[in-house]
Design a protein around this ligand. Sequence first.
Ligand code: AMP
Ligand code: MN
Ligand code: MN
Ligand code: MN
Length: 286
Amino acid sequence: MTTYLNADLHCHSIVSDGTLTPPELAARARANGVELWALTDHDEIGGQKQAAAAARAEGMAYLTGVEISVTFANETVHIVGLGFDADNAALEQGLAETRGGRGPRAVEMARQLELAGIPGSYEGALRYVGNPALISRTHFARFLVETKVCRDMGEVFRKYLTEGKPGFAPHRWARLQDAVQWITAAGGVAVIAHPARYRFSANEEYALFSEFKAHGGQGVEVVTGSHTNAEYITYGSMAQEFGLAASRGSDFHSPHESRTDLGALPLLPGTLTPVWELLAERIQQP
Ligand code: AMP
Ligand code: MN
Ligand code: MN
Ligand code: MN
């Protein structure tokens, strides 16, 4: 399949921290010209059946998807899985363990916000949660915007919920090798999500890419909603250096919060191997 495909292989529904349902996302993707779609909720594949059915109804090709939270070098890294068998028990078990810490973490985040003079954030965040197993910082951020503590999501993450700021609860997520293993053992391809977002030194970034590759990872997001044009070039080169396929995805969460809409990204550079070339057998055709 061609590199020049409008593939959007990264977005979120109400099953994690997005605001639209899987069918609403499918319709929006289709309206924006997406030809190959994947829903990649955080640490959760509960929306996959509904997303695949909605894609079929829209006449759009579909790949199963997930975005797994990983701790690597004391930093949170996201690994996207594509084209796996959504009924794989080991993958579901691994994701359930990864999600498990979110409840206590949310209680700790709320405790800290209360100490900083912001009461009621746990209950406030819960009102935005579509899936009780998946309470995230995004839900707290929506509460802080709603109550006018902050003007927008950007301000929330500058002033709260991040390292050194009120409302940050350090957390240990899955191990890199486990996340890659869950995805590949279920027949999927593992992809490093939005690599430019991590605050790594050059050495740490090199370690991430080489260990990811050694564990069986095969792809990296090059064109994503959170990269600049210059970063498309940087990570296109990294993909070639490490022999990784390139992925493309908006990371769309909400019509009101996301800068990049579904499908609204530059195409992958023609010099790269698109990740969907590795997944030809796994694509669910409409
Ligand atoms: P969590 O998995 O609970 O740590 O929440 C992480 C989520 O917070 C990410 O997936 C984003 O949706 C959101 N997030 C993190 N940083 C920012 C930011 N600077 N602006 C907007 N959303 C952010
Ligand atoms: Mn998110
Ligand atoms: Mn992410
Ligand atoms: Mn994401």
